[in-house]
Design a binder for this molecule. Structure first.
Ligand SMILES: [Cu+2]
Length: 326
């Protein structure tokens, strides 16, 4: 035996690989989790504009914190194997000892995977129920309801639920406010700190109402009242997109909304209601119902043309001035 040939490792001289791997892993996993929670979390989508959005941001951060140690373990084991257990010159004809069962490794594996799966199941369920459906549509009769009083009218200051019907059609969104005479707007205006019930529906094909910053995404199906909840927490602008391929102009099916103070919302809503009443638009709209009857649309379109010229409905219903920027 020359000095160049490595000696076959004997059980006594072999380093404690498991302990070593665990030591490196715990340091890396802790560092990654701290980075995710403290540095990355505030920038995760969809932001923190509403209760639903905050829950989603929190969920993504928690899932990332749960996943990072697993990913780091896999990569660490991979790299450690390549570096420490690689075949060195002269070892090409030697193989590792065959392994038949290893109680400690097997028990650790079964316990580890069980804990991870059960944790994800419990966490996911809690976060689905917590914000009343996690910002998704729950159909016409929701299992998890958002706290708030139902009323035929809405005024600032109370805990009255604001009802907003969201109407998808090829290729735009409009919003109807039953507590303000059923007036309809092409901008989604919401008061801050107010529980909101969206009644999402469609006039034609299947769309999907996606108010990105609010963390709300709900299918818009014709003749279906799909209920989704949200409470906006900060003032700001909202982008509404269609999230389901619905025809040739699907990509252009978006508009905007604003979360404003409760008093600004009330004066905006009263203003649109009285203008639509004065112009005869309210009388032309179908009576408010949980699904939208599109048979009046041709007549409505003709009247809008008379009043508003070539701009039509979109130009008419926009709020006259943006209440966010004076
Ligand atoms: Cu669409």
């Amino acid at each position: 035996m020359t000095t160049n040939e490595p000696a076959a490792p004997s059980p006594g001289t072999e380093p404690r690989h498991g302990r070593r791997l665990f030591g490196i892993w715990i340091v890396l996993a802790l560092a990654a989790d701290l980075l995710i929670w403290l540095v990355w979390k505030p920038h995760l989508p969809p932001g923190d504009m509403s209760d639903a959005a905050r829950h989603q941001q929190f969920d993504i951060a928690v899932l990332a914190v749960s996943a990072a140690p697993v990913i780091i373990f896999v990569l660490l084991y991979f790299i450690y194997s390549i570096v420490v257990w690689r075949v060195r010159p002269g070892e090409e004809d030697r193989d590792g000892e065959p392994v038949y069962g290893h109680t400690k490794v097997q028990v650790t594996w079964i316990l580890g995977t069980t804990v991870i799966v059960l944790w994800l199941f419990v966490f996911g369920t809690v976060e689905l129920v917590g914000p009343a459906g996690a910002g998704a549509g729950e159909g016409p009769s929701p299992i998890w309801k958002l706290a708030g009083a139902q009323s035929a009218t809405w005024t600032p200051g109370g805990k009255t639920m604001l009802d907003v019907q969201v109407i998808g059609q090829q290729w735009t969104w409009t919003y109807r406010y039953p507590q303000f005479g059923g007036m309809e707007s092409s901008a989604l205006m919401l008061p801050v700190d107010t529980p909101v019930t969206f009644h999402v529906t469609s006039l034609d094909v299947i769309h999907s109402f996606w108010a990105y910053q609010l963390g709300v995404k709900a299918d818009a199906n014709p003749q279906v009242d799909n209920v989704a909840y949200v409470t906006a927490k900060t003032l700001g602008s909202v982008t509404v997109r269609c999230n389901e391929l619905c025809g040739i102009w699907h990509g252009a099916m978006f508009n905007y909304g604003h979360v404003v103070s409760q008093t600004a919302f009330q004066s905006w809503a009263n203003g649109v209601q009285s203008k639509e009443k004065a112009d005869g638009i309210l009388a032309d709209l179908p009576p408010y119902a949980l699904t939208y009857d599109p048979t009046v649309i041709p007549q409505l379109g003709a009247n809008l043309q008379k009043i508003d010229g070539i701009t039509g409905a979109a130009g008419y219903y926009y709020p006259p001035s943006d209440p966010v920027t004076p």
